[in-house]
Design a protein around this ligand. Structure first.
Ligand SMILES: NC(=O)c1ccc[n+]([C@@H]2O[C@H](COP(=O)([O-])OP(=O)(O)OC[C@H]3O[C@@H](n4cnc5c(N)ncnc54)[C@H](O)[C@@H]3O)[C@@H](O)[C@H]2O)c1
Length: 318
């Protein structure tokens, strides 16, 4: 008992020290974005909304690509009021439906002439299946952004220099890609344990890092660059489907003592999107606005290529 108490005290002390002494870097770049167009997926809440606000303040035309019409329009209205930028608009995008992703891309390409920054921010940790029968977490967190990015690549190339930002997580470090995970994801339905959801989430976030690695190679010479990142531990709606009592306690603990607000969580996304002279780091992973070397599996050319091929098949591109 004393041992466990000691561990708890140690953890609390660590979290408090972390909160006091570790200040996340604030992006101070002064880049103006007038005349540029940015898509932020999941831009109606959390880190996505804070990212969209920062883009709007810099003068960009900002497309909030969100699932819910009501929440997306409300967020766009709020951001227009807060930033004074009238060019913040909502467009409906459901990453759990490949049909919807295709129609979003078609509408976007018809309506908008530019795309300078694509910020693949949306994600979830929810059980269930997508409309296309994939595990919800893999479908929304990796396959959806993969398809969306590919459908918008030509426009990004036309507008180059342009960037793709994939918001991953430090949790990718716990993920593994053995391609069996694709089947594991399919088994995730309602009633899956928090442990299963967490594993699927870490797999999907590893997919984000590998997708970025392979995309950078395919984009060499086009002046379109891409980056993946960890936004930090941030208070948001992400863990809303975590239901087991012990994981709720851990979540509440981390949220109170460690996690920061969404504005801090947006800083590394802003760095990857707007920092000058990082083009040579295309394909790499950042945390707290710094380059971080990922584990060998997350930068393995063979695995990244195989994941690309599997992803193309899963979204009917070949
Ligand atoms: N919050 C954290 O501590 C943390 C840590 C590491 C990584 N991240 C990553 O940061 C990103 C943003 O997460 P957040 O913390 O702001 O969470 P959040 O839940 O507040 O935001 C996620 C957004 O994704 C959207 N989304 C979910 N399913 C969608 C779908 N089918 N179609 C379109 N949009 C959909 C949600 O509506 C929401 O707007 C995610 O990629 C997440 O994995 C967050």
């Amino acid at each position: 008992m004393i041992f466990y108490l000691f561990i708890v005290v140690l953890l609390v002390a660590y979290f408090i020290a972390h909160r006091i002494f570790v200040q996340r870097k604030t992006f101070t770049g002064t880049a103006k974005l007038h005349g540029k167009t940015v898509i932020v997926t999941g831009g109606n809440t959390g880190i996505g909304k804070a990212t969209a606000a920062a883009m709007a303040v810099r003068g960009a035309r900002v497309i909030l690509a969100c699932r819910s019409k009501q929440r997306g329009e409300e967020a766009a209205r709020e951001l227009r009021m807060e930033t004074g930028n009238e060019s913040v608009i909502f467009m409906q995008l459901d990453l759990a439906s490949q049909k919807n992703i295709r129609s979003f891309a078609e509408n976007f390409l018809k309506a908008e002439s530019r795309l300078d920054l694509l910020i693949n921010n949306a994600a979830l940790a929810t059980p269930g299946r997508t409309e296309d029968g994939l595990g919800m977490i893999l479908g929304v967190n990796h396959i959806g952004p993969f398809l969306l990015t590919n459908l918008l690549l030509e426009r990004l190339k036309e507008c180059a220099p342009s960037r793709v930002i994939n918001v991953s997580s430090c949790g990718h470090d716990l993920g593994t890609i053995d391609f069996e995970c694709i089947n594991t994801h399919k088994r995730l339905t309602l009633g899956s344990s928090d442990g299963d959801l967490f594993r699927a989430y870490t797999h999907s976030k590893l997919c984000n890092v590998l997708f970025t690695h392979e995309l950078a190679k395919r984009l060499e010479g086009t002046k379109v660059t891409c980056y993946s990142l960890h936004p930090g531990s941030v208070r948001s709606e992400l863990g809303r489907d975590i239901n087991e009592w012990h994981t709720r306690i851990i979540k509440a603990f981390i949220s109170k003592l460690w996690a920061t607000d969404p504005v801090s969580g947006a800083q590394t996304t802003l760095y990857c999107a707007l920092q000058e002279d990082i083009e040579h780091l295309s394909g790499r992973y950042f945390s707290d606005s710094q380059l971080v070397q990922v584990k060998p599996e997350a930068r393995d050319d063979g695995i990244a290529k195989k994941l690309w091929d599997v992803s193309e098949k899963l979204c009917g591109m070949i």
